[in-house]
Write a protein that binds this ligand. Sequence first.
Ligand code: FES
Ligand code: FES
Length: 202
Amino acid sequence: MKKRNEPANSSRRKFLKGVSTSIVGAYIVPPALKTKAQSISDEIIDSYEGKVKLSLKVNGKKYSKNVEPNITLAEFIRDELNLTGTKVVCNQGECGSCTVLLNGEAIYSCHLLALDADGGEIITIEDLEKNKQRSNLQKSFVENDGLQCGFCTPGQIMSAYALLTENSNPTDKEIKKGMSGNLCRCGAYPKIFDSVKAAVNK
Ligand code: FES
Ligand code: FES
């Protein structure tokens, strides 16, 4: 099956790669320089294909990559950085499964072009386990059965994290409002609420 982000001209890309590699090879590049020469040829192909440079900080680490201008932030996080904890379900900004933090604010990463986040700071679910306070939120979901299939859970936890960062002692109403952008197909809402509430009480 064709991958959603596979460029329509992937065969042209392979062809160009072959041509550029053989051009590089024709000049008998010493082995030590081959890696550099290959990366230069990749850059030439990237600029030919209209890729643009994207620089982001994700979970405290800086990344700078040439990307297709039409990829979403979710696609960049999952496909380019291999951080697959961020889930894509509806892929149209409705369910909240792909929630990440951009400059401290919870956003739907499937609904934002990666380039629109250029220069920004992203936090994904993978970052939470590194921080004790944040991982308490994850533990709270486990201890309170705040999930069934678990597919919406990373997004739920990221929204809860954004909520608690902004307001460490939210009322029940504020919790419901703060979590209202995240849908759960399993209908685990009462337990999700209990999980956030228990994290607040801790
Ligand atoms: S996958 Fe992004 S909002 Fe549903
Ligand atoms: S736990 Fe299954 S979609 Fe929420």
